[in-house]
Design a protein around this ligand. Structure first.
Ligand code: HEM
Ligand SMILES: [Ca+2]
Length: 360
């Protein structure tokens, strides 16, 4: 199943940028065990599960936020809680990297961490808490349950520059997205499945506003955006100057087809990605893929899944076969949680998720 990744990696240097078959990807999952804390902290998984449930009942938005947080952690340096660290004397926080400015859910993890520190101090890593919390979140929002092994350790530094470079932007085209996921060992099929996570949660207008008013500098909307959805999104996201923000340093206007995040303050307006999911929990995934078939992807990167047959056929397959999607999504999520993990003696177990153990 790795063939498409090899093709897609194309001009990348395989030895540098892509985990080789049977090397890091497979070994990583073998380093972890099921219920690693069975003896050292038997109540850990139960505490995480019940805490997430209670907090989700009070504030359902935490679930999508934690799923996204897991993606942004695992994609950069592996699932090592690097994204949870605050800026320190020794490093700048990943939270300051442009793709991470809108991440949420840190407080939820800190609350769970402090509960676990009361029960078994110094035992359960923040990386494992995030992976397990995201697993519960997927299930609570109607997605499939997937295997999460444990035993990850926390990284002792943050990787801000890598986060800025390696997380795809919402304006990225399909080649960029596929290359980016291939560099982490994912096939085109797995990439399509993972993006099904956009069945839930919210997105801020700034991440797709160019598609409504000035697509690629044309002054017109994106032709690949459904006209009914276009009207709806325009009312929710009225035209504003923020789609071509003046650069803070030069006062000039960056070009609109500059496919990068711009570090402007987030606009407060958001739209619900889960309108894809309005049919209720049983629809996790399905409505997202059906929407793409009707040009109703909200972000450009979403709609791009229809741009090549290689991915469009998986969109169609998942739109029609919920069981197949759920199986593929579960497998891809397990793979995501196994990326490049640190196990003892590497890394450490933090006491607070936002701080490394020894700050001098
Ligand atoms: C091409 C790849 C991807 C891009 C460009 C992308 C981009 C984005 C953007 C811009 C947002 C809106 C954030 C905001 O406005 O606060 C978002 C939300 C979200 N993303 Fe992605 N994403 C990608 C892949 C993924 C993957 C692989 C997952 C998980 C497996 C994921 C899970 C989520 C979730 C759950 C939300 C909702 C967050 C919330 O409600 O707080 N995304 N994504
Ligand atoms: Ca990480």
């Amino acid at each position: 199943t790795f063939e498409p990744a090899i093709e897609l990696a194309g001009n990348l240097s395989l030895s540098e940028k892509r985990p080789m078959k049977n090397e890091s990807v497979k070994q990583d999952s073998e380093l972890l065990t099921e219920n690693f804390y069975r003896e050292s902290c038997p109540s850990a998984e139960r505490i995480i599960r019940s805490s997430i449930r209670v907090m989700y009942d009070a504030k359902p938005g935490i679930a999508p936020s934690l799923v996204r947080l897991l993606f942004h952690d695992c994609f950069i340096g592996g699932c090592d809680a690097s994204v949870l660290l605050d800026t320190d004397k020794a490093f700048a926080s990943e939270k300051e990297a442009p793709p991470n400015l809108s991440l949420k859910g840190f407080d939820v993890l800190e609350t769970i961490k402090s509960k676990l520190e009361n029960v078994c101090p110094g035992v359960v890593s923040c990386a494992d808490i995030l992976a397990l919390a995201a697993r519960e979140s997927v299930q609570l929002t109607g997605g499939p349950r997937f295997l999460v092994k444990t035993g990850r350790r926390d990284r002792t530094t943050a990787l801000k520059d890598a986060a800025g470079r390696e997380l795809p932007a919402p304006q990225a085209n399909l080649s960029v997205v596929l290359r980016s996921f291939a560099s982490k060992g994912f096939t085109a099929r797995e990439t399509v499945a993972l993006l099904g996570a956009h069945s839930i949660g919210i997105t801020h207008c700034e991440f797709f506003e160019d598609r409504l008013y000035n697509f690629s500098g044309t002054g017109k909307p994106d032709p690949e955006l459904n006209p009914v959805l276009l009207q709806e999104l325009k009312t929710k996201c009225p035209f504003s100057a923020s789609i071509s923000p003046p650069s803070a340093t030069t006062g000039s206007t960056p070009s609109l087809d500059d496919k990068t995040y711009t570090a402007v303050p987030l606009k407060s307006m958001v739209i619900d990605l889960s309108f894809n999911n309005e049919g209720g929990q049983a629809d996790f995934g399905i409505r997202y893929y059906r929407g793409l078939m009707q040009k109703k992807g909200v972000m450009f990167a979403d709609q791009q899944l229809m741009a090549k047959d290689e991915t469009a056929r998986w969109v169609r397959a998942y739109a029609h076969d919920s069981q197949r999607f759920r199986k593929d999504f579960a497998k891809a999520m397990t793979k995501l949680t196994n990326l490049q993990i640190l196990t003892a003696p590497l890394g450490e177990v933090r006491k607070q998720c936002s701080k490394v153990l020894n700050t001098f």
